[in-house]
Ligand binder design. Structure first.
Ligand SMILES: Cc1cc2nc3c(=O)[nH]c(=O)nc-3n(C[C@H](O)[C@H](O)[C@H](O)COP(=O)(O)OP(=O)(O)OC[C@H]3O[C@@H](n4cnc5c(N)ncnc54)[C@H](O)[C@@H]3O)c2cc1C
Length: 469
């Protein structure tokens, strides 16, 4: 069903009905018209920040009655318009849903917009942590599980969305429900990009942990040895970060002019929890042979889980946070990554690929609408540059399309946070969801029949492009 834009009359009538005001001043609207990526822009007709669940329900019921588009926004850290409204749409800013609730029986209830750091502040006191903590602990709970949720323990525990026990959700009719794995609404909301309802609370599973963490930073010049050691550590470690970093070797002439080129170094940061006795590298056998042990770090778990904070703060202090971020994340089968890696590294311009992260992920527990390449183990190939100036953006986008060509044809699936493009072709979503596309369309019609939940990324093209039974 097609939606109408929010008019001044709608906004006024809705404000009167729910007894709350919306933001409509130019400054506020402009500040909500971009996301972290800075590549997609769309100004909302109004922004509503519900103070209570009742006000949220009333707003949604009004929007549904009048077929008015609503975009759910958490912290706006996605990069392709996932949290930006369609023309004439309203932004539902969930910032006031930030409480951390009770812990019981190995789980904790948290409001949708609480950050992972707020969750950790409560659970670390009780000697518990979530199975997956993202690198950036400032992301919201609901924003992360609405895309999946990747972290350094993903090689072992998969994605954050796989460790949710229950959700509280407001659906398009304004009703609120608590749902668990027995409900199709629960599955639809995990990886659901805010398209099936508004998550107000989530129950996140917790586990006990060793008090201390020892991290070995290992460097390799030999790609094969790096991969062999990665396989060993996947059997023993608690957290792994794997990445390739370029070492500049000067410039050379290419078809696009003179360009810098690099040799690539391969790195692992492998971390082990312990209480009394810290592991030594020798414990993992003589086959583990890094070129260099660059560093060994011992720290408490609360320090380890916040390890990326300094880097994120530096991005803010240096102005990089405000730049555009053409980020790329693609979930790719292990054998495809291995066969493509050398060629990929040779082809990447260094202003775009300051590092290439390869996050190993266990795909043993398929979850909601998070789409992987359908294998038990795969990688997220990620290029997360600190920010690029406008003149370099078109070149970066060209590389993104080349990488899509390289990986999507071989079963890769984009992680739905990075930049996917504007005006995606009608058949994009059918290809992305594959056999699950029919179910996506069916559940969308069931839980949001008028299609009020939408964004510049997920709009009417998403289900109408291909008719689904
Ligand atoms: C610096 C940085 C570091 C990152 N690190 C990681 C990482 O370690 N691991 C990882 O997996 N990802 C990471 N990401 C990507 C991030 O997980 C996604 O972009 C995430 O969706 C952003 O969360 P947000 O809270 O800003 O949500 P938003 O960008 O505001 O929203 C994202 C999506 O979730 C939906 N949504 C938000 N709240 C709700 C709700 N209450 N109910 C229903 N739908 C909702 C929105 O509609 C939208 O579709 C990182 C991003 C940045 C910028």
């Amino acid at each position: 069903m097609s939606q109408s834009p929010w008019t001044a009359h709608h906004i006024q009538q809705c404000e009167q009905r729910i007894g709350q005001t919306m933001l409509r001043d130019e400054h506020s609207l402009v500040s909500f018209s971009r996301d972290f990526g800075g590549l997609a822009h769309s100004k909302p007709a109004a922004v509503f920040s519900p103070p209570t669940t009742l006000a949220l329900q009333q707003l949604i019921a009004y929007a549904d009655e009048n077929c008015l588009p609503v975009t759910v926004r958490a912290k706006g850290l996605s990069q392709s318009g996932q949290s930006l409204p369609v023309a004439g749409g309203l932004t539902l800013h969930m910032d006031r849903f930030d409480a951390v609730h009770e812990q019981e029986d190995g789980l904790i209830w948290v409001d949708a917009n609480a950050s992972w750091s707020a969750l950790l502040a409560a659970t670390l006191r009780e000697s518990r942590v979530p199975y997956i903590t993202p690198y950036n602990v400032n992301l919201s709970i609901a924003g992360l599980i609405s895309v999946g949720g990747v972290g350094a323990a993903s090689f072992k525990h998969g994605i954050a969305a796989s460790h949710v026990t229950a959700l509280e959700v407001v659906t398009a009719d304004g009703k609120i429900q608590r749902v668990d794995a027995a409900s199709s609404l629960f599955h639809a909301c995990l990886g659901g990009q805010g398209q099936f309802g508004v998550i107000t609370k989530a129950a996140i599973q917790l586990r006990p942990f060793g008090r201390q963490v020892r991290t070995f930073s290992l460097a390799y010049t030999d790609r094969e040895q790096w991969l062999k050691d990665l396989a060993v550590f996947k059997r023993h470690a608690d957290f792994i970060e794997a990445f390739c970093s370029p070492s500049l070797q000067g410039t050379k002439l290419t078809a696009k002019g003179r360009r810098p080129f690099a040799e690539w170094l391969f790195s692992l940061q492998v971390s082990f929890e312990y209480d009394d006795k810290a592991p030594e590298l020798a414990d993992f056998g003589s086959d583990v042979k890094p070129w260099r042990v660059s560093h060994r770090q011992d720290e408490a778990m609360d320090s380890y889980l916040f390890r990326h904070e300094a880097r994120l703060q530096a991005m803010k202090a240096s102005g990089q946070w405000e730049l555009q971020h053409p980020w790329y994340e693609c979930l790719v089968a292990q054998d495809v990554v291995m066969s493509e890696l050398d060629d990929l590294l040779r082809s990447l311009p260094l202003h775009f690929a300051t590092m290439v992260h390869l996050v190993p992920i266990s795909g043993k527990q398929p979850t909601g609408f998070f789409m992987g390449p359908g294998q038990a183990e795969f990688f997220s190939v990620m290029i997360l540059n600190p920010g690029v100036p406008p003149a370099l953006v078109p070149g970066c986008l060209e590389v993104i399309w080349e990488m899509d060509e390289r990986f999507l044809a071989k079963g890769g699936k984009r992680y739905l946070s990075g930049f996917l493009g504007s005006d995606l072709p009608l058949d994009y979503w059918a290809a992305h969801f594959g056999p699950d596309y029919t179910n996506w369309s069916k559940l969308k019609r069931r839980y949001d029949p008028k299609g009020i939940f939408c964004s510049t990324l997920c709009n009417h093209n998403m289900t109408e492009g291909r008719s689904a039974s």
